[in-house]
Design a binder for this molecule. Structure first.
Ligand code: ATP
Ligand SMILES: O=P(O)(O)O[C@H]1[C@H](O)[C@H](O)[C@H](OP(=O)(O)O)[C@@H](OP(=O)(O)O)[C@@H]1O
Ligand code: MG
Ligand code: MG
Length: 342
């Protein structure tokens, strides 16, 4: 924790005298703690910085004694700070190495989130395996081979029903890793671009639920999604249809006039259980889960995607949720709760 800007010391001796003179009564000490700054070093792309670190977040953070300090990627990380928290979302092996070294030398700093945990959801196979292990409905197949010619055999053996959604196996933030396509018949499967994950396309009424997890907080928003594929369309459609990036850019469906059976949010107990289990299994505190409800059912839900450090600014009141989360991380450190498992 850092002293706030109001208290300045000319030299170390005066600082030592002050620290010795602080009477240890809890009231004063806790007030002192309250006034100390929480320093968050951040390593984000300029695009992410612009979308996430909005003035309303920085302003509220300042009022709560939290400062965001940009990490200079051209200088040694250990020469910067000191930080209470390092918040990051950068790709590349070099950054992961730098961060792992830093974590070894600075166990007192909370890293949001640990690089290994992030890598786990950057592979759609390991991402979805954690969901499958929860015995939640899932219907997908993995195709790791380079040669697409045996995709039809894998699909035939997996029992997946057409149409299928084909997704690049690796998520690396590039546009290519979000290039999804719909395969309507078996003969086009060998035209797909492996390695990839194949999921059954599940009709879900054109609306999906984005469940944002920020520490213990859970916020659900509705988002427009791909439209249902009718039986007639299925009979008349052939080949592979590549579709543009959908959910992150799609407009919110929260205020749309929707069929209540489509719009009804997933039950809170299911979301609480899912969030608790995935926090534990993934070792992440900042992520979202894309959930769809099979159209025509009440409670047949599918988790189709998990995203690390998603577009939190799309969540109403995100600045309050995020600053409270940051404070809880540091308070848990002082009180010794296990919440901070960085
Ligand atoms: N199994 C599925 N059934 C029906 N629709 C699907 C399925 N998988 C994906 N979609 C549709 O495609 C969209 C994008 O899928 P997904 O979220 O897996 O891709 P992504 O590249 O990880 O997107 P982002 O990370 O931006 O959320 C979903 O929001 C949904 O509209
Ligand atoms: O609508 P959301 O918040 O889900 O959109 C996210 C998206 O899910 C991914 O997390 C994106 O990250 P990448 O997978 O690395 O592309 C986010 O982009 P970002 O620039 O905000 O990190 C979307 O916001
Ligand atoms: Mg998604
Ligand atoms: Mg995704």
């Amino acid at each position: 924790m850092r002293l706030n800007g109001e208290i300045s010391y000319r030299n170390e001796e005066e600082e030592n005298e002050r620290l010795c003179s602080i009477d240890i009564d809890d009231e004063k000490f806790s007030k002192e703690e309250e006034r100390r700054k929480l320093v968050v070093g951040y390593a984000l792309t300029s695009k992410k910085t612009k979308s996430f670190l909005q003035p309303k977040l920085e302003g509220l953070a300042r009022n709560k004694g939290i400062s965001f300090v940009p990490i200079d990627q051209n200088r040694p990380l250990s020469d910067q700070g000191p930080f209470d928290i390092v918040l990051h979302k950068l790709s590349g092996k070099e950054w992961r190495r730098v961060l792992e070294d830093y974590r070894q030398n600075h166990p007192e700093v909370t890293v949001l989130d640990p690089p290994d945990a992030i890598q786990h959801v950057y592979n759609r196979q390991s991402m979805l395996q954690d969901v499958a292990d929860l015995n939640l409905s899932n219907s997908y197949a993995i195709y790791n081979e380079k040669d697409p010619l045996s995709i039809p055999d894998v699909v035939a053996n997996s029992g997946l029903k057409l149409p299928l959604v084909a997704k690049p196996l690796v998520v690396d933030g590039s546009a290519k890793s979000h290039e999804l396509s719909l395969a309507f018949d078996n003969c086009c499967l060998s035209k797909l671009d492996p390695p990839l994950v194949l999921q059954e396309f599940v009709n879900h009424g054109g609306v999906l639920f984005k469940v944002y997890i920020v520490g213990e907080a859970i916020k659900v928003v509705r988002r427009f999604s791909l439209p249902d594929v009718s039986k007639r369309e299925l009979l008349n459609s052939t080949g592979v249809l590549q579709f543009p990036r959908v959910s992150c850019a799609a407009a919110s469906a929260d205020n749309a006039d929707l069929d209540p059976a489509v719009a009804e949010l997933p039950p809170r107990p299911l979301l609480e259980k899912l969030a608790k289990e995935l926090r534990r299994r993934l070792g992440l505190r900042l992520f979202n889960i894309d959930i769809i409800r099979e159209h025509g059912t009440r409670d047949q839900f599918y988790v189709i995607d998990i995203n690390y450090f998603p577009g939190l600014a799309k969540v109403p009141e995100y600045e309050h949720i995020f600053t409270d989360f940051l404070l809880s991380l540091v308070q848990s450190k002082y009180i010794g709760h296990p919440a901070d498992n960085s």
